[in-house]
Design a protein. Sequence first.
Lengths: 418, 748
Amino acid sequence: MSTNGKILVIGGGISGISAAADAAELGCDVILVEKEPYLGGRVVRMNQYFPKLCPPTCGMEINIRRVRQNPRIKVYTFSEVETISGSPGDYTVTIRVNPRYVTGKQPVSQAHIDAVATEIPNPFNYNMDTTKALFIPHDAAYPMMHVLKKDALTAEEGEKLKAAEPAGAIDLDMKEDRVEEKVGAVIIATGWRPYDVTKLENLGAGKLANVITNVMMERLASRNGPTEGKLLRPSDGKEVANVAFVQCAGSRDENHLPYCSAVCCMGSLKQARYVREKVADAKVTIFYIDIRTIGRFEKFYYDLLEDQNVRFVKGKVAKITEDPATKNPIVEVEEVLPGDKKREQFDMVVLATGVVPATADSPVPGVSLVYDNDGFLVDQPNGAGIFGAGCVKRPLDVSRSVKDATAAVMKAIQIVRR
Amino acid sequence: MASKIGVYICVGYGIGEAVNIEELSKVATSEYKVDVCKTVPSCEAEDIEFIKKDIAEQELEKVVIAGPSPRFYQPKTFPPNVIVEYVNLREQVAWCQPSHEEDTQMMANDYLRMGIVKIQKTQPLDPFPESKDINKTVLVVGGGIAGLTAALETAAAGYDSVIVEKAPQLGGWMAKLKKSIPRSAPYEALEDPGIEEKIKQVRQNPKIKVHTSTEIAKIKGAPGMFDVELKGNGAAFRVGAIVQATGWKPYQPKNLNHLGLGNLADVITGVEMEEMAKAGSIKRKSDGKEAKSVVFVQCAGSRDKNHLSYCSSICCLNSLKQAAYVREQDGDAKAYIIYENLRAPGHYEYFYKKMQQDPGVFMTKGEVTGVKQNGGSLAVDVKDTLLGEDISIEADLVVLATGMVPQSADGERIRAIIDARKFLASGEGGPQVDIMKKRIEEFGHHEGTEILNLDYRQGPDMPTLQYGYPDSHFICFPYETRRTGIYAAGAVRAPMDGLGSIEDATGAAFKAIQCLEMLSRGEAVLPRTSDLSYPEFFLQRCTQCKRCTEECPFGTLNEDEKGTPQPNPTRCRRCGICLGACPERIINFKNYSVDMIASMIKAVEVPDEFEEKPRVLILACENDAYPAFDTAGFKRLQYSPFVRIIPVRCLGSVNVIWINEALAKGFDGVMLFGCKYGDDYQCHFIKGSELMNTRGDNVREKLKQMALENERVQLFQVQITDYEKILSLVGEFMETIEQIGMNPFKGM
C-alpha cells in the first residue's frame, strides 16, 4: 500500500490548529484548510475562557506562531475541501480556494481603503455591527490580510479600486481556484455552530431585540467587539443592569437538541462574571435545570453562589415575550421550587444556545462516513484514515477539544507512518 | 570575522510618510556601516521575494528587516542559515506616532540601532549535543485503562513502551467494573468495559514490556535519557519520556456518620456496590437478602467544603449505571437517586433520559439529612425535594457516591519538607526554625507518597494544582506540565470517565513521542516549540547561589554537592528565567544574552537633560504585552514617543543588570510588562512576572545606591487584550517621570 505521509486537517479553529501544529512538530507535513479568511474559529470570537477568565488570544498567539513558523504546515484560508477520495494512506482531496480579491503581492494602501465606502454586516461580530467591504477580519487575524467583499461594491467603488495604487494589491478579476493535494490521513475539525434560535419560537425566535445568544454575549463583552466591551443592549444601547441567562436553550429538549451541550453552564456562569465585573451593582438571574460544573469547575460555581447579586433559579423557561414600550424581555418560568409560575422583566436575556456539529449541516464531502443521529462524527470503523477532532465529535470545552485534537493526531500518524 | 549584514527598510504602510527614510538609512550605513542597506516598497510577497534574492546575491549572513511587526512574517520563507531580525517600524512607530516629527524619527532610529546591535550579537544556533542521544521508549506508569491505552497507542505509532504497574495484575479500576457507562451512539446501553481485550493486546504486543507488582525506585536523568530503576525486581532500563497514568483512589470519607457509613451495615460506597454487582448479586450486607429498594446518595463527600470541594464528575453516571444493575437483577426492585444537580454532560444525557423512563427508577433533587436503621430496613430522610415536601424512603441498601482522589504526589511540597528537614538538621537557629517546623507539619502528608521518584532538585514528583491533581494549568495547552517529557493522563490529572481517560491517554502518548522527536532535533516543546536555542552556563564564575536551580519553573537544573547547577537541556523550556535570575550573568543563549539586551539598551541615544526628551525603557513579555502594543498601533492609538520597547522571552528572564544599565545610561524610568500572577496565573512560564517582582528588592537597592526614586522602575501585570490599559499606564508613568524630574545620570 502506498502511504502518503501528509495529513490534511479540515477546520482552522482551536482543534484544527492544535492538530496541525502537533502533527507538524512531530515531523509530518500538514495541510490546514479553513473556510473563513482567518484562523481561530469560534475561540477568537470569545472574550475569555473559563475558568481562568484569560483571553483566548493569549494562547492563540502561541498557536499561530507554531503554525506560522513551521515549514511543514501549508495553510489554505478562505478555502473549502470539495471532495475526498481514495483510501487510508492514499487520499486525493480537492480544495476550493475562494477569491479574496486581495493578492498579497503588494500592500493594500490608504487609497484602496478610501475607495470603498460600502458597509456590510460584520460576520466576526455575528452581524451586530458593520464593517467596510474591504476589511481585515479582526485585530489579531492570521493571516493579517484584507478581504474584499466584491459583491457588495458599487460600480463606482470598483472603478476607484482599479485606479488605486499600487495596482497589484487588488485583483477584481480573481477567480476561485482549485488545488489537488495527496494525503495519507484526514482530521476533521470543522467544529460547531450555535443552535438556530429562530427555531426556539417560545423564546422569541431571534426576533426580540434584547434576547441575544451566548456567542453574541461574548462579542459584547470583548474589547474588540461591536460595543468595545461595554454591555450595551441592542435595542437602545443602554448598559444592562439586570440580566437573565436561560440555560438549555434548545439543549436537553426532545424538540430541539436532545443531548446536553456540556459547555453552556460554565459559559453562562462565566458570562455572569462579565456582567458583575463590568457593570457595578448589576443583577444576574440564571434559570437552569441542573448546573453541570464538572470536576474542578465546581469552584467557579461555588464562588458565584457567594455573590449576593447572582440568583440561581431552578426551572424551565416556558416563554419569553417583550414589553412593547421598553423592549424589556419578559421571562415566564415554571419554577420547580416552590412550583408556581413566575413572570419577570429583565434588561436583557442571554440564551445559552447549544452546540450543533458542523457535520449536521454539511457532512464531509466525497466520502461516506458514519454519524450519530444528531450529526456528530463518530469513530469510524477500523481501517479508516479519517478522524474527528473536537466539537464535531461531541460537545466539548476548549481544553478537551485540544486534547481530542492531539489524540486524533495520534490516530492519524498511525496511518501515515505505517 | 564579522558576519555580512544587510538592512532592508520597508517604506510602505505609511512608514515612508512617518519617517525620513534617508536619515534612517544613515543609521545603518554611517553609524553601523552595514554591508548592504536598501529600501523595499512593502513586505508583501513580491518584496519578500526581492529580499530573498538579494540575500543570496549579496551572500548575506545576517539580515535586518525594518517594517511590520515581527509577528506577521513567516520566517520559513528565508533560508535557514540566514539570521533574520525584524525591527517594528509599522505597528510600533508609524502607526502610533505622528508623521514627520523629530521624536518619531528618533524613535525609528533607535529601534533600528537596537535591531542592528541585536543581530550583531546573535550567533547561529545548533541543536544541543545531547540531541544525538535521545532514547525513544516511553515509560507508562500505571496499568489501568489510561496506561494500557497509552502503551497500545505508542506501540501502534511504532515506538516501544514499558508499563510499570504496582498491582499484581493489569486493568486497574476498569477491570473491577461489571459494566461501563455508554461510550458509543446511541449512548443508551451499558457496555463491556473492554479492558480484557486491551490487556490481551498489551500482553501480545512485542513493543510493550510489562512489569507488575512493582513500583519505581528512582528515575534519574532527563527527558530522552531517563534511567529508571524499579523496586522489588530491581530492573533498570532507559526511557525517553513518561506518561503518568496512576489513576485514582476512592475518597474515604470521615464524618459522614449521619449517612450511616461505617456504623450501618447496609450503607455502602459506590465502589463496594460495583464489587458486589460484578461478583453476582446485589445483596444486603446485614443478612444477605437481595436488595429490593436501593437509595443512591450523590455527592457524599464531594462538592462539600468539609470533604472534596470539587465534583468527582463520574458519580452521577455511575449511580445511574448501578440503578440499572438493581433493575436488571429484579424487575420489581426500586432504585432512588437523590442529587443536587444531576450531571450527565453531553451525550450522557441520552443515558439519563433512558433511566428516567424506567418506572422503577426515581430521581429527585434533594438533600439527604440522615440515614437510620428502622427495624429490618433503613430509613433515608430527604429534604428540599422537587415534591416540595420532606420525605423518608425505606431502603434495603444505601449507596453513597463518595468521589475520586488522584493517585499523585506533589513534588514541590515533598521538596519543601526535605529542605525544611535539612535546615533543622543543620542546627541553624533564628526565626526560620518555626517556619520550617510549620512547613513540615503542613506538608507532612505528602511524605512517603512519592510515585515517580524523580531525581530532581525540585522534588520527586510533578507539582500539582489545587486538590492535588498534576494537571496542566493552561486551557489552550492541556498536556503541558511543569516537568518536560512527563505527561499525566486519565483520572490522576482530573476526575474523569473511562472514555475521557482513553482520549486523554491517546493524546498524552502522542505528546510523549512528539517530545522525543523534538528533542532529537534539539527543539524545545511548548510554549517555545521548535526553538533551537538553549542556555549555556559559564560555570567557572558560578558562586553557587542556587537562584537558577530554585527559580526554574520546570525543575531543569540539579545541583552538585557544592550547589553548582547541572544543566539538563532536555528538561529546559528556554524561557530564560535562569538568565534573569543569575547575579553573575553567566547564563546566556546564543540569540538571547545579558550582553545582547544590555548592548541594545546602550545603543539608544539618550538626549541630555536640557532637551526635555525623557527616555523610558519598556521590557515587555513577547507573547502578551508586546502584541498588545502592536494592537494599539493597529488601532492607530498614539502614545508617548519617549518609550523604547524591547520584547523579552518572559518577564522572568529580565536580568536586573539591564535595569541598572538603563538607569546608568540616563533612561528616566523602566516599565516592566508581564503577565498576571496568582492562582489564575497567565504566565506561560508559570511564574516569570512573579519572580521578576520578587527581584524588585535588588532593583530598589540599586535605586537607593543611585539616589533615584522607587517610582522609576515599576512592574505591571497585563493581558494581551489590554492595549488600552497599557497605553494609559504608559501615560501615567510619563506623568510620574515629569513630576519627579529627569534622571540626573544623563550624559555621564
